[in-house]
Write a protein that binds this ligand. Structure first.
Ligand code: HEC
Length: 130
């Protein structure tokens, strides 16, 4: 009787250890899976998450350019009455100042017509030209 009891206790102990191992193992396993999934989505959004916003801003800048600038700088910004705007070496701030204030006797000021975000979109478009 005593031996049987010990036997049962031994089996119960083994079962408890196995169950504990499964619980801990699956918790660790799922934590690892969750972490891997989070890292994957984070790196995917870093890789292409900013791309749509940038493309939208550049497209917006291109539209603004067609309306406000292309009759002097040409549709493709290669220049006409105004200079070619490819490969500008001026800083964003300088370009923004030119758009805002214009160039006396050469280029009109757009400070009243365009919002700050519009100027940024235009600069984004100009920077997208190579
Ligand atoms: C009336 C014609 C005209 C219009 C419209 C015009 N520009 Fe200009 N732009 C010029 C001329 C001319 C110059 C050269 C000025 C100079 O001699 O410094 C110039 C210069 C510039 C420069 C400096 C280029 C450089 O090489 O440093 C930038 C940038 C520029 N324009 C952007 C724009 C943008 C953006 C728009 C539209 C929002 C625009 N321009 C609209 C005529 C125009």
């Amino acid at each position: 009787m005593k031996r049987v009891f010990f036997g049962l206790e031994f089996i119960a102990g083994v079962v408890a250890i196995v169950v504990a191992a499964i619980v801990v193992g699956s918790a660790l396993g799922s934590a690892t899976l969750v972490r891997a999934a989070m890292e994957k989505s984070r790196s995917e959004s870093a890789a292409n998450g900013n791309q749509p916003a940038l493309a939208v801003a550049v497209a917006h800048g291109q539209k603004l350019f067609a309306v406000n600038c292309s009759h002097c700088h040409a549709d493709d910004a290669t220049g006409d009455e105004g200079p070619d705007l490819h490969g500008l070496t001026k800083s964003d701030e300088r370009i923004k100042a030119i758009i805002t204030n214009g160039v006396k006797g050469e280029m009109p000021a757009f400070g009243k017509k365009l919002q700050d975000a519009d100027k940024d979109a235009l600069i984004g478009f100009l920077r997208s030209l190579h």
